[in-house]
Design a binder for this molecule. Structure first.
Ligand SMILES: NC(=O)c1ccc[n+]([C@@H]2O[C@H](COP(=O)([O-])OP(=O)(O)OC[C@H]3O[C@@H](n4cnc5c(N)ncnc54)[C@H](O)[C@@H]3O)[C@@H](O)[C@H]2O)c1
Length: 665
């Protein structure tokens, strides 16, 4: 059967044979065995409803085994035999080119070169699922292949509820992931309802098919590290020979060494999982691989002496590195952490003094002891960081809930007022005021022809557009504009493409709109093939997350989720090809609501209209909210936008003299 026939077939006619897993597959951690007997029976019943009755007897036993051994039912037997990767858009059997673009993006998110645990349909973050099981995948791509431009596919946490009549102007797909009644959004609720097969953790971009490999995050990480160094360097100093210590070489964290190199420092990333570290090394994302602390010390001292720009992966626990550097008196200029502390009890964070295997064993067999070990380790971790910061290290939380979980573990990370943390988050100090409040965020695109030449052409177009805009940009955003021009000029040299031909670039509403419009023109003139545009949810408007994206909102509204909900609804009727809204992202289940979109540029006038209408709202929604929260950079940006766009009328805050409040209560 051809690839196209298999896509069109959906579920196979005959029960396929059982499958073995590819050698060296990086498998998802075994999940918590949380269901009681009746709930397990319900989970099996739920899984079997995808299949004809005469398969039930055989599948019931198999699914029960998956549930018992792995904590989830993935339906491995139904994983398709074709290779999983983004193909040129013309190879997809589809009536709607928009739907074909979505299949392409789904396959990219499941490509073993891109995805963290492809067998379990997990793209990144340990739990960022595209689907819960392979039946959902097969049905979804079949629906997409069959649908017209007058239908919309509604997806509930990976489950394709079906095609509903709509219109050409409606999104082709509406996705929700992990949305819960608020009182049922504790971490164990995810374990339970995911095991039952009724919800999933979509992370930010996995469940919305917009993940483009670690490149997507390299740029944001580069901006963060570069600006972190700008905060500590004296005039005339450079970051050469200076140290950035962090942890994690997984899905997103794998971008840190490359970003460290671009920012021009010595980066050390500790990673307990040797498979993850080796994968990044083999992909050329990190320069040196070391598995011994003594060797690490010698290599770091050499790099310091020679003022090298080098990235080092240390296979081992990051706590050991912090402690040993303290003992050896190695000065850390910048420190952070990107272990997956948004899922601390399910394998996101590995405790010190236990091997990777011992931890996994404990996690499965004695989850309560594992939890204790994690908390002990976090206390030790934070204590060691505190020793370094006393010496002058600049430490920031990388939005992975490190400080939140460390505080819950009783570690010494609280500020004197006992409300704030001792250290800022990267959003509070860097990305919030310098980027998001001005509307700059992680715009991205994918060239659906799959041709590297198309990507090069789009890089060039984007650079020309930015250079032109910069000529008239106000002083306040000149640095941003310059950083992004430098980035796009060098992007191809950094060889960051993994999977589809994709690019990321921080831009504001004006930049995003003008770049997308220029792409659409180039598509119309057949210079390049169709392009999908989108963004990370981690953006100006997409995400409400009190300890991350909206941590620099200080009017008390950071615990509300109106902005992200408005964003996805607003984008959906302004031209998005697909929209998604999720509970749970980088910081944990119940801790964040985030949304995003994808929009296919096909060179038509309709696409030109859609992109202008949608991108304008997509960015300015967040700036309006940030300005209402009295953020001065956002106030500047929204006033400027109102001058440019007469149809925009935003409610502005009246600023209050704080002296007036002092004696009130
Ligand atoms: N890169 C960004 O811009 C960004 C932004 C916001 C948040 N984050 C957060 O960073 C975290 C990491 O994301 P990811 O996609 O890389 O997750 P991931 O799970 O793919 O990678 C985390 C890695 O940390 C390793 N690890 C865990 N405990 C360790 C320890 N004690 N010592 C050394 N290594 C350890 C794990 O083995 C894993 O490979 C998430 O919580 C994410 O939300 C990243």
């Amino acid at each position: 059967m051809t690839f196209q026939e298999q896509i069109l077939q959906g579920l196979p006619d005959k029960l396929p044979a059982k499958k073995t897993h590819p050698e060296n597959a990086n498998r998802a951690p075994i999940r918590k065995d949380i269901l009681n007997k009746e709930e397990k029976q319900l989970a099996i019943q739920n899984a079997l409803r995808y299949f004809p009755k005469d398969w039930h007897k055989e599948l019931a036993v198999e699914f029960a085994e998956e549930l018992q051994c792995l904590g989830r039912i993935y339906m491995y037997r139904f994983k398709p035999d074709y290779e999983m990767h983004a193909r040129p858009i013309s190879e997809y059997p589809a009536k709607s080119i928009q739907a074909a673009a979505i299949i392409l993006m789904i396959q990219n998110n499941l490509d073993p070169a891109v995805a963290q645990h492809p067998e379990e349909l997990i793209t990144y973050g340990g739990n960022g699922a595209v689907f819960q099981n392979w039946a959902q995948y097969l049905l979804t791509v079949q629906y997409l292949a069959l649908m017209t431009d007058e239908q919309t596919l509604h997806m509930y946490s990976g489950h394709p509820m079906g095609l509903f009549p709509s219109s050409k102007n409606a999104p082709r797909v509406v996705v929700s992931n992990g949305l819960m009644i608020p009182n049922y959004s504790k971490p164990d609720d995810w374990e339970k309802f995911n095991a039952l097969g009724v919800t999933q953790y979509g992370q930010m971009t996995a469940g919305s098919f917009m993940y483009i490999g670690p490149q997507g995050i390299v740029h944001g990480t580069t901006i963060t590290i570069m600006n972190a160094f700008r905060k500590i360097l004296k005039k005339g100093e450079t970051s050469a020979g200076k140290i950035f210590l962090t942890a994690g070489l997984g899905g997103m964290s794998g971008a840190q060494p490359k970003a460290g190199n671009i920012a021009g420092c010595i980066s050390i990333c500790a990673e307990v999982n040797s498979k993850a570290a080796t994968k990044r090394y083999e992909q050329g994302w990190v320069d040196v691989l070391i598995d011994n602390l003594d060797t690490l010390i010698l290599r770091v001292q050499k790099a310091q002496k020679n003022k090298e720009i080098v990235s080092i992966a240390f296979i081992g626990n990051v706590v050991d590195v912090w402690e040993r550097f303290d003992k050896e008196n190695i000065y850390i200029h910048i420190g952070s952490d990107q272990t997956s502390l948004h899922i601390p009890w399910t394998g996101g964070y590995y405790p010190v003094d236990l091997s990777y295997e011992e931890s996994n064993d404990l996690l499965r067999n004695k989850p309560d002891t594992f939890k204790e070990k994690v908390q002990e380790s976090l206390s030790r971790h934070a204590a060691s960081i505190n020793k370094h910061t006393v010496k002058g290290t600049y430490f920031f939380d990388y939005g992975n809930a490190f400080l939140l979980e460390a505080s819950r573990a009783g570690a010494d990370v609280m500020a004197e007022n006992n409300i704030d943390f001792k250290y800022p988050s990267y959003i509070q100090d860097i990305l919030g005021p310098m980027c998001f409040d001005y509307g700059f965020g992680p715009f991205r695109w994918v060239c659906t022809s799959g041709k590297p030449e198309d990507l090069k052409t789009t890089d060039l177009i984007a650079m020309q557009v930015l250079k032109k805009i910069m000529q008239n940009s106000p002083e306040e955003i000149q640095l941003q504009m310059q950083d992004n021009i430098t980035w796009i000029q060098n992007a191809d040299n950094h060889k960051m493409v993994v999977g589809s031909q994709a690019r990321i670039l921080y831009a504001d509403a004006e930049g995003r709109t003008k770049i997308a419009a220029a792409f659409n023109k180039a598509i119309a003139s057949k210079e390049i093939g169709p392009v999908v545009i989108g963004r990370d949810h981690h953006d100006v408007s997409g995400t409400d997350s009190p300890y991350r994206e909206t941590s620099n909102i200080y009017d008390g509204s950071k615990f509300t989720a109106d902005m992200s909900i408005h964003n996805v609804i607003g984008d959906s009727f302004r031209g998005a090809t697909w929209v998604s809204i999720h509970n749970g992202g980088g910081v944990g289940w119940g801790e964040v609501v985030n949304g995003g979109f994808g929009l296919l540029l096909d060179g038509t006038e309709a696409a030109d209209h859609r992109l202008k209408n949608m991108l304008f709202y997509d960015v300015n929604n967040g700036i309006a909210r940030r300005s209402w929260a009295r953020n001065k950079e956002a106030l500047f940006a929204i006033k400027r936008e109102m001058e440019r766009s007469p149809n925009l009328k935003v409610t502005l805050p009246n600023l209050v003299d704080e002296n007036l409040l002092k004696n009130l209560f």
